[in-house]
Design a protein around this ligand. Structure first.
Ligand SMILES: Nc1ncnc2c1ncn2[C@@H]1O[C@H](COP(=O)(O)OP(=O)(O)O)[C@@H](O)[C@H]1O
Ligand SMILES: [Mg+2]
Length: 331
């Protein structure tokens, strides 16, 4: 994996990329209706070599369609797309040697074969030099803790084990970029943590470019500095994770424990009480503002026992972004 290119240019480039599906729906006896689904709608972005980027959005947003275009499985209906300078759908085989893909919902491993046999087949398919293959396999087996699983038929692996097996398969040929489409879907907490830890190491040590599609926001919070949000095929946000909070105009919450049950605290706007439960009250205030003045004021005027500040929940932020977008579309 010690490929030296010298140039640190955009590794993935999309320029006004669209994908329109023609869907035929049966509407009655011998009657069919043609409909177009714009799964990806004029998307542009660039990813630099070595970046680890989150690509998130609700179900049906167009994430998998984008990944499929990036691998060459699907051809864009319009726009320009390049990965490592290659047009994926024109030179899919050449590109395949430089990319790795993991689809969380289906395996690239041979179901009936022991795990290691799938790797041997990939060794041949990708014409990986023997020494390189052995070196990579050893490292991946160690990092992904696969030693005890190599002789187990894939069908007998748990979901988390299979996912680790799939990730190793995607990396045997030293790809410069790894696309992961929902890699933690259906995994238990321990397996998720393991996969995340591995991705972090891969990106830090090998500078492998990683594009991570997920609807688990913890994946993003723990792995990606940059996040792109897609909805209805359109890119709604592209920037640092922290900025997503601002984009959602998010609020933080001050949780206040009073000595006794009292009417809602009178706080200076825009801070306000959003919930009261016995002596405990929750106040929302803008995430961008310091909590100090609010805390000082409450401490001066109320019998305070304890308080804590709760950071904005990114899930809520994004839900709000979607709600706002829907609102705009309607009005
Ligand atoms: N092969 C296809 N034929 C017709 N419609 C499709 C096809 N693949 C995806 N779509 C539609 O395109 C939209 C985006 O799908 P997808 O990219 O799978 O979303 P995501 O991965 O974000 O959940 C959805 O409305 C989906 O139904
Ligand atoms: Mg998908």
């Amino acid at each position: 994996m010690d490929r030296v290119d010298g140039v640190d240019d955009a590794f993935i480039e999309l320029d006004g990329v669209e994908k329109v599906f023609e869907v035929r729906r049966k509407t009655g006896f011998l009657k069919r209706e043609r409909r177009q689904v714009r799964a990806v709608d004029s998307i542009s972005f660039r990813v630099e070599r070595g970046e680890m980027v989150g690509y998130i959005g609700p179900n049906g947003a167009g994430k998998s369609t984008t990944i499929k275009m990036l691998t060459g499985i699907l051809t864009p209906s319009a726009g320009r797309l390049r990965v490592a300078g290659i047009d994926p759908s024109r030179e899919r085989t050449r590109l395949a040697h430089r990319i790795g893909v993991v689809f969380g919902q289906r395996t690239t491993l041979w179901w009936d074969l022991p795990l290691v046999d799938s790797y041997r087949l990939m060794h041949r398919m990708y014409r990986i030099p023997d020494a390189r293959y052995r070196e990579n396999l050893d490292r991946l087996v160690e990092l992904l803790d696969l030693a005890d699983l190599l002789d187990v038929p894939v069908r007998q692996l748990s979901l988390g084990q299979r996912m680790r097996g799939d990730i190793a398969a995607a990396l045997l040929h030293d790809p410069e970029v790894l696309y992961l489409d929902e890699p933690t879907i259906g995994l238990d907490v321990v397996s998720k943590a393991r996969v995340r830890e591995f991705l972090r190491e891969l990106n830090a040590e090998r500078r492998t470019t990683v594009l991570l599609t997920t609807h688990d926001l913890q994946d993003i919070e723990q792995l990606c500095k940059r996040v792109m949000v897609i909805d209805h095929g359109r890119l709604m946000y592209d920037g640092p994770l922290a900025g997503l909070h601002e984009a959602g105009e998010s609020e933080r919450t001050l949780v206040v424990d009073l000595e006794r049950e009292l009417p809602p605290i009178e706080a200076p706007a825009p801070a306000r009480v959003v919930r009261v439960e016995g002596p405990r009250q929750w106040l929302a205030f803008p995430a961008a503002e310091s909590a100090a003045p609010l805390v000082a004021r409450i401490a001066a005027e109320y019998p305070l026992v304890d308080l804590s500040v709760r950071e904005p929940d990114i899930e809520a932020v994004i839900a709000k972004m979607y709600a706002e977008q829907a609102g705009r579309a309607v009005s």
